[in-house]
Design a protein around this ligand. Structure first.
Ligand code: F6P
Length: 367
């Protein structure tokens, strides 16, 4: 009987449980067994970190957010930060993990994660671990796949938030800023901004000018629209300035983005003379039940990943390509990060709708 393991790493995304369920159910169909690894790669080196996953364990988890396996976004086994005698030291525990994988006599390891987790999977694969990757991130920033699961759910939540902000913005004649996730890629802000009728969208790919943002809002007022909606990615940055962090990070914790919404809101109020309120959507975008699309994609990814593992086709990642699930080399997915194509059709659509990206001077195309 073939034996596989599955782990989920990095920030969670709605649909992780649907992947786990699909992996286990597919293995069951082919007479293989699956072990669950708790809290990312950490499970390989912690007591009770590995446990059998049967169809009973995955019953009822399809609509559940989070991950029944737990996850960790500080668990890089090649550079694990541990506190020893009050000092933070970096340890490479990849050898221990590889030994554990060998002692478990695994025929393959399915790694579900974003770019950071998949990079670790690639390194382990280069050291001989049979790995299959499954792309996960609400940011949708992994190359080679049209979508990652989790993105559609985050998008729906952000769009609903924009709808709700519209009614109160209009009632009070205010500008409303919604800060959404998107560290280096602005897909959530762009897609939700279009779906939710934003007037201004600020994304990491296009450094913006405060003046252009204010000019857009003033033009709307002149045209009789006394309210405005701004969708701002947390990674958006003013031209010539750095991204805005809520926590700068230390030897243990990575820097944490956050606060650009407040910066934009304050500028609009102080320099644009428009009363403004700011909402930070935060982890509401990652929690809760996945949409039907994300369940569909996650189930297809999970089943395809298990089929790849059964066929011993390792070093690859499952991906969505024109309605089909394909397998691409991990290198292809990881070498070039996916970003919003600022000349692509979605951007052209947004500009056709008169949405400002804060990159123009006041002009007729920016009304
Ligand atoms: O990578 C996905 C993401 O949602 C980013 O947009 C965001 O910066 C990050 O996760 C926050 O993760 P956490 O709060 O778990 O550290």
């Amino acid at each position: 009987m073939k034996r596989f393991a599955i782990l989920t790493g990095g920030g969670d995304a709605p649909g992780l449980n649907a992947v786990i369920r699909a992996v286990v159910k597919t293995a069951d169909q082919y007479g293989a067994s699956v072990l669950g690894v708790r809290d990312g790669f950490d499970g390989f080196v912690s007591p009770n970190g590995i446990f059998p996953l049967t169809t009973l364990e995955v019953r009822g988890i399809l609509p559940r957010g989070g991950t029944i396996l737990g996850t960790a976004n500080r668990g890089n086994p090649f550079a694990r930060k541990v506190v020893k005698d009050g000092q933070v030291v970096i340890e490479d525990i990849s050898g221990q993990i590889i030994d554990r994988i060998r002692s478990l006599q695994l025929d393959g390891l399915i790694v579900v994660g974003g770019d950071g987790t998949l990079r670790i999977a690639r390194e382990l694969h280069e050291l001989g671990v049979p790995v299959v990757g499954v792309p996960k991130t609400i940011d949708n920033d992994i190359s080679g796949t049209e979508f990652t699961f989790g993105f559609d759910t985050a998008l729906s939540i952000a769009t609903e938030a924009l709808d709700r902000l519209h009614t109160t913005a209009e009632a009070h004649h205010r500008a409303m800023v919604l800060e959404v996730m998107g560290r280096d890629a602005g897909f959530i802000a762009l897609h939700a901004g279009i779906s939710g009728g934003a007037d201004v969208i600020l994304i990491p790919e296009i450094p913006f000018s405060f003046e252009a943002v204010c000019a857009k809002l003033q033009t709307r007022i002149q045209q009789g629209s006394h309210f405005s909606i701004l969708a701002v990615a947390e990674g958006a940055q003013p031209r010539g300035e750095e991204q805005v962090y809520s926590i700068m990070g230390d030897s243990v914790y990575a820097p944490r983005l956050g606060g650009i919404g407040q910066v934009v809101g304050k500028y609009i109020e102080e320099h644009g003379g428009i009363e403004t309120r700011v909402t930070v959507l935060g982890h509401l975008q990652r929690g809760g039940s996945p949409t039907a699309f994300d369940r569909w994609l996650a189930s297809r990814f999970g089943a395809a990943a298990m089929r790849l593992a059964l066929a011993a086709d390792f070093g690859k990642m499952v991906a969505l390509d024109c309605e089909n699930i394909i397998a691409i080399p991990l290198n292809q997915a990881l070498d070039i990060p996916k970003r919003v194509d600022i000349h692509g059709d979605t951007m052209t659509t947004a500009r056709s709708l008169g949405i400002s990206f804060g990159d123009e001077n006041q002009s007729k195309t920016n009304t």
